[in-house]
Design a protein around this ligand. Structure first.
Ligand code: UD1
Ligand code: CA
Length: 450
């Protein structure tokens, strides 16, 4: 049997935040959710999260993970005290317990699996992850005997100058034999600089404790302040982008690009500088995105170009061209081969194939057919101050520049709308609609000058 316990009760004072540290986001997920995720493939039988500081908030943020059991640590008296809180819940439990700090978000699931497997193969009392960090400041230092068994962990602030020279650091990720751990937990003292119950004190008592060095020391990065949060974000982004480049995606100036791990990209996508892809976004083969674009929760088929534009919650069919400076702000379904150009805003609209909205338009709550040409400055006036109303424009219809459609209004197919028209009534197929005053010319008008 395997139980997991994630320590997430601390305030995280060094974050200088009203939000509990473990709820700070690293990309699309919170720190604590990432710690939980890293244990997933080890298939635990029970999963505890120790909550305390703003515990309800932490619990709510994790409410979508139904398998979690929350245990309250009323006062945060240290990591050892935190783990003492699960004792009543594991009275009859036999097996191993994996303990992770909730602020260690970059662990790979394979690393956690390896820890458990080495622990079990060797029949250890405890096994912990360690790394030789180039800059171990702030981490506990791990000391071993001549057989490479751990004898002691000393916190950075409790280290002597000589002990500080040891770069082997404690990741805050442990696998314990529960029988061995539970007999020692009641013995913990507060004999340290912070006067807290340290979980790391158990290593003074446990016998067979092995340290497992991680291959990639970046994995054990712990987050105590916002500088470390920013560095962790860079590490995460580098992993995501490297994987996509290996899978056949070109990135120009990758350091300026950010991609959530939930994004899917196909081969031969080109991503230009300053582009950000978020949420459940899918980008099809041959698309060229950027520079300067933000795409969130949107599905793009193949060979689409997006230049300096923002697209949210929308679906775009193949071969369309978007931008520069277009804003598809939700609920847009764009057909194949469309062009959405400069300074065009669209929302909740369905656009047919090969339709152009090339310049300076607002299209909202509208349905446009195929091969429609929307002239520069066309506006759907969809809002009467209380309700939103639809505009429907049929296939092959052309709207003149600066036309306004006062919704609800239905325009047929093959219609021509004269420039500058304010259309308030429906227009039948094949008609010309003109709704503006006739031009008046007064000849020989004297020019005024001082
Ligand atoms: C801890 C380790 C240190 C290790 C480092 C790795 C101890 C004493 N020290 O130090 O050896 O190198 O992690 O990142 O364990 N928490 C509670 N209840 C508490 C106190 C803390 O749940 O009473 C939680 C925090 O929310 C956090 C985690 O435990 O998620 C670690 O606490 P933190 O104070 O950050 O420990 P470190 O000083 O980083
Ligand atoms: Ca920490």
């Amino acid at each position: 049997m395997l139980a997991v316990t994630i320590l997430a009760a601390g305030k995280g004072s060094r974050m200088k935040s009203t939000l509990p540290k473990v709820l700070h986001s690293l990309g699309s997920k919170s720190l604590v959710e990432r710690a939980i995720d890293s244990c997933h493939s080890s298939k635990p039988d029970r999963q505890f999260v120790i909550i305390g500081y703003q515990g309800e908030k932490v619990k709510n943020a994790l409410s979508h993970l139904s398998e979690l059991e929350f245990v309250e640590q009323k006062e945060q008296l240290g990591t050892g005290h935190a783990i003492q809180q699960v004792m009543p819940h594991l009275e009859d439990f036999e097996g191993d317990i994996l303990v992770l700090n909730g602020d260690v978000p970059l662990l790979r699931p394979e690393t956690v699996e390896k820890l458990v497997s080495i622990h079990q193969k060797n029949g250890n009392d405890a096994t912990l992850l360690t790394a030789n960090l180039p800059n171990p400041k702030g981490y506990g230092r791990v000391f071993c005997d001549s057989n490479n068994l751990v004898t002691q962990i000393v916190e950075d602030r409790d280290c002597s100058a000589a002990q500080k020279q040891n770069n082997r650091t404690n990741a805050g990720v442990y696998c314990f034999n529960w029988q061995a751990l539970k007999t020692i937990l009641p013995k913990l003292s507060t004999n340290n600089d912070q006067k807290e119950y340290y979980l790391t004190e158990v290593f003074d008592y446990l016998d067979k404790v092995m340290a497992l060095d991680v291959d990639d020391y970046l994995e054990i990065s712990g987050i105590n302040d916002r500088r470390q949060l920013a560095i962790a974000y860079d590490i995460l982004q580098a992993r995501i982008k490297e994987a996509w480049m290996i899978a056949g995606v070109t990135m120009i100036d990758p350091n300026s690009i950010t991609i959530d791990e939930s994004v899917q990209l196909e081969a031969d996508v080109i991503i230009e500088p300053q582009t950000h892809l978020r949420g459940n976004t899918v980008i099809g083969a041959g698309c060229r995105i950027g520079p300067g674009s933000l795409i969130e929760n949107s599905q793009l088929q193949d060979n689409i170009t997006v230049l300096f534009s923002v697209i949210t919650d929308s679906v775009i069919a193949s071969d369309s061209r978007i931008g520069p400076y277009a804003h598809l702000r939700g609920g847009v379904s764009l057909g194949e081969g469309c062009r959405v150009g400069n300074f065009v805003e669209m929302k909740k609209s369905t656009i047919g194939n090969n339709t152009n909205v090339a310049h300076l338009s607002y299209i909202g709550d509208a349905t446009l057919g195929n091969k429609v040409n929307i002239g520069a400055g066309t506006i759907t006036a969809n809002y009467d101050g209380v309700n939103k109303h639809p505009t429907v424009i049929g296939d092959r219809t052309k709207t003149g520049s600066n036309s306004v459609f006062v919704a609800p209004v239905n325009i047929g197919t093959n219609v021509t709308i004269a420039a500058g028209s304010v259309i308030t009534n429906d227009v039948e197929d094949n008609a010309l609609a003109i709704a503006r005053k006739k031009q008046k010319v007064i000849p020989n008008w004297p020019t005024k000058s001082k």
